[in-house]
Design a protein around this ligand. Structure first.
Ligand code: HEC
Length: 373
């Protein structure tokens, strides 16, 4: 089960989609029934809600299930006043006056229906029972637990309640608004803190969600060269070259790298010459029209271990060992992936198809025998 690859986007966040969907349906259904009895008028709204609570059959149930707040409406609509230049006008237009007033109450009832309905059809619904159980624990046993006494005082648009504070789950946003003196910056920060989630798909490109120890995921390393301030550890690269030469080069080519490139990773000119001349490279044709072998020179490229891809595949269980010149750049998660691949073998015996179990190789089986021990 732990090795089962799970799509990256399948996370607990999925629950919020269905939760939002459930909340939406609950609000729509209760809203429809409330609208039958609610009077959207500044003088009657408060009384009509109390009448719903006491006189309408199961009105208390519907009202407790449906969230509504005069001051909530005030705060939310007021956010528009942060828009430069025209902000105040937008708010006045939304309110239809200088405070949440009759036109607001009227148009909000209608507007809510339109938005609720348009969102509804994009939602899937799961786990409804669990959530509804939870919701009705409050509705039946502690309906006012999450409410506020100010909601039982008829609203006076001229007097903002002294202790009106958002619910705890809004407090981070409230903190952003309050701690930034400039209104527009505050609102921009607040919405930015929500919009930042939309960057997640860009920031996290891994196709699978499962962590380091599962198929396809990689074991993250702290490379000295990562990040914009990183730098290459030359002695580590030289040791890496040693490993390539003694192990990997019997199967893998590195044909885009010349011996002279070893200067860049700290080998001296003499060392480069010595390394180059330890290889035999093919050159030609000579005057007789024949190819010949000679010792390598710094300008030569690393010779291939096999004459062609077919020969390489033929000696490797049908799989061609890719050229390693660009392998870090040619794979997602680059160095982390190669590290994971080389250390990700499960056992060193091949299966009946000649493949080795490696949880980091796509498909879980690779034709390369564990090269390192
Ligand atoms: C005995 C031959 C052999 C040796 C030695 C060998 N490899 Fe491989 N390697 C292969 C083969 C064959 C493949 C292709 C595997 C496949 O496609 O199933 C491969 C594939 C790879 C891949 C690519 C995996 C991918 O995502 O496509 C990397 C990276 C790699 N080897 C690194 C190394 C390194 C580093 C070394 C030395 C430490 C090494 N190999 C030694 C045969 C070898």
């Amino acid at each position: 089960m732990a090795a089962y690859p799970v799509p990256k986007n399948l996370s607990y966040l999925w629950n919020f989609g269905s939760l939002a969907g459930i909340a939406l349906v609950v609000q729509i259904v209760t809203g429809v029934f409330l609208a039958m009895h609610y009077t959207p008028h500044v003088d009657y709204a408060f009384d009509s809600v109390e009448r719903i609570m006491r006189d309408v059959r199961y009105g208390w149930l519907i009202r407790y299930t449906h969230a509504m707040s005069f001051w909530g409406a005030t705060v939310i609509t007021n956010l528009f006043s942060a828009v430069p230049v025209v902000g105040e006008n937008i708010v006045r237009w939304l309110w239809g006056g200088f405070a949440v007033d009759n036109p607001t109450l009227n148009s909000e009832v209608k507007a809510r229906y339109r938005t609720h309905l348009s969102v509804l059809f994009g939602e899937g619904l799961h786990n409804i029972r669990v959530v509804l159980h939870f919701l009705y624990l409050f509705v039946f046993y502690a309906p006012n637990y999450l409410g506020h006494p100010d909601n039982y005082i008829e609203a006076n648009p001229m007097v903002t309640p002294e202790h009106i504070v958002p619910e705890w789950y809004f407090l981070p946003f409230y903190a952003m608004l309050r701690s930034i003196p400039d209104k527009l910056l505050g609102v921009a920060t607040m919405f930015g803190s929500i919009a930042v989630w939309f960057l997640l798909p860009v920031l996290d490109r891994s196709a699978v969600k499962s962590g380091a120890e599962t198929q396809g995921g990689v074991v993250r390393q702290k490379w000295k060269f990562s990040g914009i301030f990183g730098s290459f550890d030359r002695s580590a690269i030289q040791r890496g070259y040693q490993v390539y030469k003694e192990v990997c080069s019997s199967c893998h080519s590195m044909s885009r790298i010349a011996f002279r490139n070893l200067r860049d990773v700290g080998f001296s000119e003499e060392e480069v010459k010595a390394i180059a001349s330890s290889y035999s490279v093919s050159d030609g044709p000579n005057e007789a029209g024949e190819m010949f072998e000679r010792p390598g020179m710094p300008a030569d490229y690393f010779p291939n271990p096999f004459p062609n891809k077919e020969a390489a595949a033929a000696s490797n269980n049908g799989a061609y060992p890719p050229d390693l010149s660009l392998i870090i750049k040619a794979r997602h998660n680059g160095a982390d992936y190669v590290y994971s691949l080389l250390t990700g073998y499960e056992g060193s015996e091949p299966d009946e198809g000649g493949l080795y179990l490696n949880r980091h190789f796509p498909g879980g089986k690779i034709a390369m025998a564990p090269p390192l021990f």
